[in-house]
Design a binder for this molecule. Structure first.
Ligand code: ADE
Ligand code: ZN
Length: 318
């Protein structure tokens, strides 16, 4: 599987932090993280909202630009080990300086340097600045401003993650308008937990991609619309299985969505939380749906088409 060249569009930087990395940082800072690891040292949570709690607790040890730069180096090296030649990272200025633009610039400078080093080692990357839905629309504006003010280099997109049941995506229109005017690519988590209408809400923001979007499978009209508009789904099957958004690998709707003509791509979301990596995702898809190299090559070409990077980079990735 590692010979395959993968383009990963949906990877949360904090969610990709290995537990050992977080534990080591906590020890350095004498910070107590009791209650977020199980007896074997893995992240310990029960269900989606508890996952968000553990995620934010782990993130609390990442307090400096240097911490984020070290984390980015590690995350990109691990993705490359599983065949990634390009990755888009969800990065939140809320966690990198509390939404303050000048603090964010310091975090960005450190991560940009780490990203350039990783590029020399064979994996290119970009950042999608990410609002946290349960922090609300007002705080999301700060993220959008950070994105608009630092757009152009490593920062090429705006996204939103967090609790999908917290408010309506349409309440974030100001942030999406601000990012669009700055020339950024737009994506949003939707249809992971919420139904087809939450995907329509995301489309109303002008996104070209949907994070997860798997509940589109319940609505034939929406599937037709996604296919016709060539909206790309960032599907993270192992995440959906681990968090219980679907009953299991065999029950995952990815094949039905693909059969409806929708562009699906494959990502890991938060790999150590879900005990997965890109090799495992593709292997499980091969085992459960009978897909092989040509199918996965097509998904990776769609990922390149949908990537928030310049045309020269896309040509190299193809
Ligand atoms: N943040 C990190 N992982 C997430 C997920 N699967 N859904 C929503 N927000 C997230
Ligand atoms: Zn996600």
């Amino acid at each position: 599987m590692t010979a395959q060249k993968n383009v990963e569009l949906h990877l949360h930087i904090e969610g990709a932090a290995p537990p050992a990395f977080i534990r080591a940082l906590a020890a350095e800072k004498r910070q107590d993280l009791n209650g977020i690891f199980d007896a074997r040292g893995a992240y310990d949570y029960k269900g989606f909202h508890d996952f968000l709690r553990v995620y934010e607790a782990a993130t609390s040890v990442l307090t400096s630009p240097r911490d984020y730069a070290r984390l980015l180096s590690e995350v990109l090296a691990q993705a490359a080990e599983h065949g990634a030649i390009y990755a888009e990272l969800f990065v939140s200025p809320e966690f990198c300086g509390g939404g303050d633009l000048s603090a964010w610039r310091d975090y960005l400078a450190a991560m940009d340097e780490a990203a350039q080093a990783a590029r020399r080692d064979g994996i290119d990357s970009r950042a999608i600045l990410t609002a946290i839905r349960h922090f609300g629309p007002e705080r999301a504006r700060k993220t959008a401003i950070c994105a608009a003010e630092t757009a152009g280099g490593w920062v090429t997109g705006l996204g939103i993650g967090g609790a999908e049941d917290a408010g309506n995506l349409r309440d974030f229109a100001w942030s999406y308008d601000c990012a669009r005017e700055a020339g950024l690519g737009l994506t949003a988590h939707a249809g992971e937990w919420g139904g087809p209408d939450t995907i329509r809400d995301a489309l109303s923001l002008g996104v070209t991609r949907i994070g997860h979007g798997i509940r589109a499978a319940e609505d034939a009209g929406l599937l037709r619309e996604l296919a016709a508009r060539q909206v790309t789904l960032e599907v993270c099957p192992g995440s959906n299985v681990a968090l219980g958004a679907v009953a299991g690998w065999a029950a995952h709707p990815i094949a039905r969505i693909l059969d409806a003509g929708v562009r699906v791509t494959v990502s890991t979301d938060d790999p150590p939380f879900f005990h997965t990596n890109l090799s495992n995702e593709y292997q499980m898809l091969a085992d459960n749906f009978g897909w092989s190299g040509d199918d996965f090559r097509q998904m990776n070409l769609w990922a390149v088409d949908a990537a928030f990077c310049d045309e020269d980079t896309k040509t190299r990735l193809r």
